[in-house]
Design a protein around this ligand. Structure first.
Ligand SMILES: *[C@@H]1O[C@H](CO)[C@@H](O)[C@H](O)[C@H]1NC(C)=O
Ligand SMILES: *[C@@H]1O[C@H](CO)[C@@H](O)[C@H](O)[C@H]1NC(C)=O
Ligand SMILES: *[C@@H]1O[C@H](CO)[C@@H](O)[C@H](O)[C@H]1NC(C)=O
Ligand SMILES: *[C@@H]1O[C@H](CO)[C@@H](O)[C@H](O)[C@H]1NC(C)=O
Ligand SMILES: *[C@@H]1O[C@H](CO)[C@@H](O)[C@H](O)[C@H]1NC(C)=O
Length: 138
């Protein structure tokens, strides 16, 4: 095969895999994302009428990735440019995934009256060898 075609085939494969999806549940879910790609993590079907508080754990403490209150989403400053939370389908979307997005995230879901409904958790695992290893094979 013409090497140029081979490269195109591989790049098509890579860009296809660049977007991943995942459902978070009360049990720790493993969500994989590709370096530089985007990942959608559904934490509930419809977040309207709820309060959500999503934390990311670090050895030194935690940050609030986003929160939802009175139908308004607030995203942490360091993630603002590449993170969205869709209320209509309860989905967190992170684009331009960086290696250090890896880690454990915890989402507390409250009813509108403040009663805790449930916790969902997920561990984001960022994989980054795809593109470099396929180019290496050429
Ligand atoms: C969570 O794990 C428990 C015990 O392993 C299992 O019974 C339950 O079905 C799981 N729930 C979900 C939503 O995966
Ligand atoms: C989400 O829930 C709200 C409030 O219960 C409802 O008004 C809305 O139609 C629902 N949206 C979807 C997409 O199901
Ligand atoms: C986000 O984007 C704006 C405009 O492009 C830029 O000024 C700002 O520095 C960016 N912030 C971060 C945290 O990357
Ligand atoms: C959630 O809704 C947004 C906006 O309507 C849409 O762009 C996105 O693809 C949806 N995500 C999922 C996982 O359904
Ligand atoms: C994550 O990595 C990016 C780029 O490598 C860097 O700009 C950012 O500050 C890092 N964030 C954290 C929380 O370490």
């Amino acid at each position: 095969m013409d090497p140029a075609i081979l490269v195109l085939v591989m790049l098509a494969g890579v860009s296809h895999a660049a977007e991943t999806k995942c459902n978070a549940s009360p049990n720790m879910s493993l969500c994989s994302a590709n370096l530089g790609g985007s990942v959608s993590i559904q934490v509930m079907n419809n977040a309207s009428g709820h309060r959500l508080w999503c934390k990311r754990q670090f050895p030194t403490g935690s940050i609030t990735v986003f929160n939802l209150k009175k139908e308004r989403v607030t995203i942490h400053d360091s993630l603002k440019n590449r993170t969205e939370f869709f209320i209509n389908n309860g989905t967190l979307k992170i684009t331009h995934v960086e290696r250090n997005d890896s880690g454990v995230y915890n989402v507390e879901i409250f009813q509108h009256n403040g009663v805790l409904l449930r916790n969902v958790n997920f561990e984001l695992v960022v994989q980054g060898k795809c593109l470099s290893s396929s180019l290496f094979m050429l």
